[in-house]
Design a binder for this molecule. Structure first.
Ligand code: AMP
Length: 607
């Protein structure tokens, strides 16, 4: 068996880790994981050429977690990451893999976060630290972070750290790591300076790069849709509505997402079934058989389960989650375009996976063309025309009885046939409405329109007929005018106009309590009982829980992400206050603002 085929258990991971991986629904190691786990467990240094989306976090986190001594409450693994966002993400991955390791503690540290809070957290003795280079160096210099107990250091996205001007900080940290500790360097590209760091600091490293597949698949029309993780389901549903589809396979990464997506599609009226490695052979065969016979149209599959699947009816492959490498991509899309038929492969990519998309294009020597998410109007048109087709079939039958019923109903309700027909259509369309509800894209469009007109009033609740306030969602965060590179998130707090709060109170409270420079507090909108505040993405959990309890106008803020919450308001949405009127947060000197450590980076999609 090649190393690629080994399971997580065969790679020798502890029961604690295996349990978490099982709960996360991971079925098998990704290629980079298969290649990295052995050498890292054996104590070797590695240099891995891999990018986001390949499973590289697990590739270093799993084997290194396996080595942690839970009796020692001091840093044993240090990961350097280019951005606050990535640091938080990597820390979260460690946390989820180590979920069953009692007493495990991981800490993300980055600029912009309160020093005092970091110091307190460091005192608790986390075994894993994930930090941006500048802040890690600050703590090492102050003596608040010591590396004597360090077993391994990881440089994640080394080329990105180089681009952000962190190379000197990295070298400085490397020079202070214990001589017997391991070093793992991951980078999507290998510029000269990274090679130089690698040559100087890596000790006889194992080189890992994942072989690319060069197969071209001409009978398959390959497309990609750029979509945020948040909007994937809506985009998928629209694609399913508009494309002339027969059998479809939708690929996801984990068993859990497989089951979840199947349930969501079922709830929306699509005949679909999951197909994953934990289903017994009989259940899997049944699902495939039903797809073959047209009793099912959609299978949602993991790579493991779809291996060798050969069903002529499959006209579409949707890569809902991007595959780990080009080989998996070729394998997945090869499920369509069989037996001389044409097939279509649609790949969903988030912003941060665009690089992976280009790698796949290069490796497979094929072009994947962009495709837009079908607009609500296109979906509505398609629904109407489908309804027309169904009615056409009914028109061919005997309708004498119904014609009499129509006449009677018109008389009883005192309406003409047009109005009656409209009312009946209204009833018929319930599951697939012909007027699509507003979704995020639309909200963004209308916001953009407003800002072009210079109206910064934000998302005022729309009014229904008769001036009744309509339920509205809070929408998503706007970018900062002066710092468009900082990714923002919209939060809701439980204090609003009715509590007598003003924008100044909110800015003051957040700036002081969360230690955020007021320049990084974005749009604020007051509603009757709540207020929305745009803040830099990736607010650490401890700051959020602190802010929850902070009181303004006598009420705890209870801050939370705006998410999909819907609210009703009398509609007097307050405009944002000019920035110059805002109180300044009292940041400690020398501390960089949140989200802006060194050069702020373009916003990344959280995937
Ligand atoms: P990364 O490349 O580390 O950013 O990982 C990309 C995504 O793949 C993350 O959402 C991981 O949770 C997921 N992932 C990593 N390893 C596996 C695996 N072996 N099976 C399924 N999903 C995975």
């Amino acid at each position: 068996m090649s190393s690629n085929e080994r399971t997580f258990r065969e790679l020798g991971l502890s029961e604690y880790l295996l349990r978490s991986l099982d709960e996360l629904g991971y079925e098998k190691p990704t290629p980079i994981q298969s290649a990295s786990i052995d050498p890292l467990m054996a104590g070797k240094d590695i240099i891995g050429q891999a990018q986001t989306g390949t499973g590289k976090t697990g590739a270093f986190a799993l084997p290194l977690l396996n080595k942690i001594d839970m009796k020692i409450n001091a840093p044993q693994i240090l990961v350097l990451a280019p951005t606050r966002e990535l640091a938080v993400q990597v820390a979260e991955a460690f946390g989820s893999y180590a979920k069953h390791m009692k007493g495990f503690h991981v800490l993300p540290i980055y600029g912009g976060q309160s020093m005092q809070q970091q110091l307190n957290a460091l005192k608790r003795g986390p075994q894993v630290i994930v930090g941006t280079p500048g802040r890690v160096m600050d703590h090492m210099r102050r003596g608040t972070l010591k590396l004597d107990t360090l077993k391994a250091l990881v440089l994640d996205e080394a080329d990105e750290m180089l681009k952000m001007g962190f190379i000197d900080d990295i070298e400085w940290v490397l020079e202070h790591k214990p001589a017997n500790s391991q070093l793992a360097l991951f980078s999507a590209t290998m510029p000269e300076q990274i090679k130089r760091v690698a040559n100087k600091h890596l000790n006889n490293p194992v080189n890992i790069s994942i072989a690319a597949s060069h197969t071209t698949v001409e009978s398959i029309d390959q497309r990609f849709v750029q979509v945020s993780q948040h909007n994937k389901l809506e985009a998928l549903v629209r694609v399913l509505e508009v494309e002339n589809t027969e059998g479809i396979i939708i690929f996801v990464r984990t068993r859990n997402s497989c089951v979840e997506l199947a349930e969501k599609l079922e709830a929306r009226g699509y005949a679909s079934s999951p197909l994953h490695g934990d289903m017994n052979q009989q259940a899997r065969e049944r699902a495939v058989e039903q797809l073959k016979r047209g009793k099912l149209d959609i299978l949602i599959a993991t790579d493991v389960a779809a291996r060798g699947l050969d069903v002529e009816r499959i006209g579409h492959v949707v890569n809902y989650d991007i595959p780990y490498d080009s080989e998996a991509y070729v394998h997945r899309i090869g499920r369509t375009g069989r037996a001389g038929r044409k097939g279509m492969a649609i790949l969903f990519v988030t912003n941060r996976e665009m690089r992976m998309l280009r790698t796949i294009e290069r490796a497979t020597n094929s072009r994947i063309s962009p495709m837009k998410v079908p607009s609500p109007e296109t979906v509505a048109e398609r629904r109407l025309s489908r309804l027309g087709e169904q009615i056409q079939e009914t028109l061919n039958g005997d309708l004498d009885f119904m014609k009499n019923a129509v006449a009677e109903l018109c008389q009883q309700l005192e309406v003409d046939t047009d109005l009656l027909a409209a009312a009946l259509l209204q009833q018929v369309q319930q599951e697939r409405p012909l007027q699509l509800p507003t979704i995020t894209e639309r909200q963004r469009d209308s916001r953009d329109d407003r800002s072009e007109r210079g109206d910064r009033g934000g998302d005022r609740p729309r009014r229904e007929r008769g001036n009744r306030p309509a339920p509205t969602s809070f929408g998503s965060a706007d970018t900062l005018k002066d710092n468009p590179d900082v990714k923002m998130n919209r939060y809701v707090i439980d204090v609003g106009r009715e509590n007598g709060v003003g924008v100044g109170n909110i800015v003051g409270a957040i700036a002081n309590e969360a230690n955020i420079d007021s320049r990084f507090i974005g749009q604020i909108q007051l509603f009757d009982q709540v207020t929305t505040v745009d803040l830099p993405d990736g607010m650490p959990k401890d700051i959020l829980s602190h802010l929850k309890k902070v009181r303004v106008c006598g009420r705890p803020l209870n801050i939370r992400e705006a998410g999909d919450e819907v609210f009703v308001d009398s509609g007097r949405g307050a405009p944002r206050k000019p920035r110059s009127d805002r109180p300044r947060g009292d940041r400690p000197r020398g501390d960089r603002p949140a989200g802006a450590e060194r050069r702020p980076r373009k916003p990344r999609d959280n995937g």
